[in-house]
Structures are given as structure tokens and as C-alpha cells.
Design a protein around this ligand. Structure first.
Ligand code: TYD
Length: 200
């Protein structure tokens, strides 16, 4: 599940989890960056607003390090046990935030992340499409902003444009959903997409 900050990913993941559990699936939810003890420690470093001096490459590698731990400790074992895994962000976040937002290039991001992912690839990526201003406004209402959320609006706009660009490039892999729609409507659309892909 992908999308800019404040686009409602977590709410939709919870609804999808319930739907899939009712269908008899064992579900594992993983959040990024984090999802493991080591990953959460890395998250503390990445998102700490005090570390303004962090280089873009360091940032990319730290996200990839947290991801490598998540894949090895959580995702791969869960898949091996026949469970379904829903990730709150995954490699496409790095593609847009570090590749496009930071300007490191999408190819560099995929190359680095290949080491973290190995053979684990998402079957379906949902992109919750929301204008950058709306996402950050929703965030500001919630809590203190982290190091990424404190970036200027032009960064967040590049992120959203980046997601839209990738969704256009890879329509089979990345499905955009209008995040301004009511929660129930989005859930129904998501279920339809999952049904079409996996149960028909
Ligand atoms: P997250 O906790 O998902 O934030 P939110 O709940 O606001 O969506 O992610 C933390 C921040 O890290 C978010 O601003 C997006 C950013 N991020 C990257 O820049 N690259 C990545 O690879 C990932 C996974 C997240």
C-alpha cells in the first residue's frame, strides 16, 4: 500500500486485513520503515528531525537496510508459511521519495533495493492518490511532523507526481485509487481489485 503522507493507507490496510481474514487468510501486516526491532531502530534514525545533515544516499541505504531486515525476518518466512502479506509502504516509497523526491534516480533505487528484496516482489501495489497539500494538511492535524514530513512542499509535490508517473508507467503492477473518496468507497474499489487479481 503506497501513497503520500496522510493519504489513508493505514485505515485501508486495516479494512483489507479484516476482509481477507474473513475469507480465511492468515494475514501479516508489515510497516515501513520498521516492522522489526532493528527496522524500528533504523526508523528512529531516519525520521529524527535532528539529523538534518543526513545525505540522500545515506537515507536511501537506511531505508533499504530496514527493508532487508523486514524481508528476511518477516515477509519471506510468512510467505513460506502460506500467509498473505500487506505492506504499509515498500520499495515504491523509496523509488518516489529517494529516487524522484531526492533526485537519486529510480534506477539507482531499484538497483540498491534488489539486494534487500532478493526474490520477494509485491504482486499488487495500491497507490492512494492524494495531492501533496491535502496529505500534509491531514498530517499536521495529527501529530508532530517527522524529518520527511518537514520537507518543503515542492518535495512532497515531486513525490506525488512520482507516484503518478510510476502508476502510468506500470499500470499492471501499480493501481491508483482516488484517496479523496469516502473510506467505504475506497475499500470497495480495493476489494474489487483484489478479487479480480487473486480470486477470479
Ligand atoms: P510512514 O511511517 O509510512 O509515514 P506516514 O504514516 O506519514 O505515511 O513513513 C515515514 C516516512 O518515510 C514517510 O514520509 C515516507 C518516508 N519513506 C521514504 O522516504 N522512503 C521509503 O522507502 C519509505 C518506506 C518511507
Amino acid at each position: 500500500m503506497e501513497g503520500p503522507d496522510g493519504s489513508g493507507k493505514t485505515t485501508q490496510i486495516e479494512l483489507l486485513e479484516t476482509y481477507l481474514e474473513n475469507k480465511g487468510y492468515d494475514i501479516v501486516i508489515a510497516r515501513e520503515p520498521g516492522g522489526t526491532v532493528i527496522g524500528e531502530a533504523v526508523r528512529e534514525i531516519i525520521l529524527n528531525p535532528e539529523y538534518q545533515e543526513m545525505s540522500h544516499m545515506t537515507e536511501l541505504l537506511l531505508y533499504a537496510a530496514a527493508r532487508a531486515q523486514l524481508v528476511n525476518q518477516v515477509i519471506r518466512p510468512a510467505l513460506a508459511e502460506g500467509k498473505a502479506v500487506i505492506c504499509d509502504r515498500f520499495v515504491e516509497s523509496s523509488a518516489v521519495y529517494q529516487g524522484i523526491g531526492r533526485g537519486l534516480g529510480v534506477d539507482t533505487v531499484y538497483e540498491v533495493n534488489n539486494y534487500a528484496l532478493g526474490d520477494v516482489k509485491p504482486q499488487l501495489t495500491i497507490f492512494m492518490d492524494l495531492d501533496a497539500e491535502d496529505g500534509i494538511r491531514r498530517k499536521k492535524d495529527q501529530a508532530e511532523l517527522d524529518r520527511m514530513e518537514l520537507e518543503d512542499m515542492s518535495f512532497h509535490k515531486r513525490v506525488v507526481e512520482g507516484y503518478r508517473h510510476l502508476a502510468q508507467l506500470y499500470p499492471e503492477r501499480i493501481v491508483p485509487i482516488d484517496a479523496t473518496l469516502p473510506i467505504d468507497t475506497i475499500h470497495s474499489m480495493l476489494v474489487k481489485e483484489v478479487e479480480r487479481r487473486f480470486f477470479s
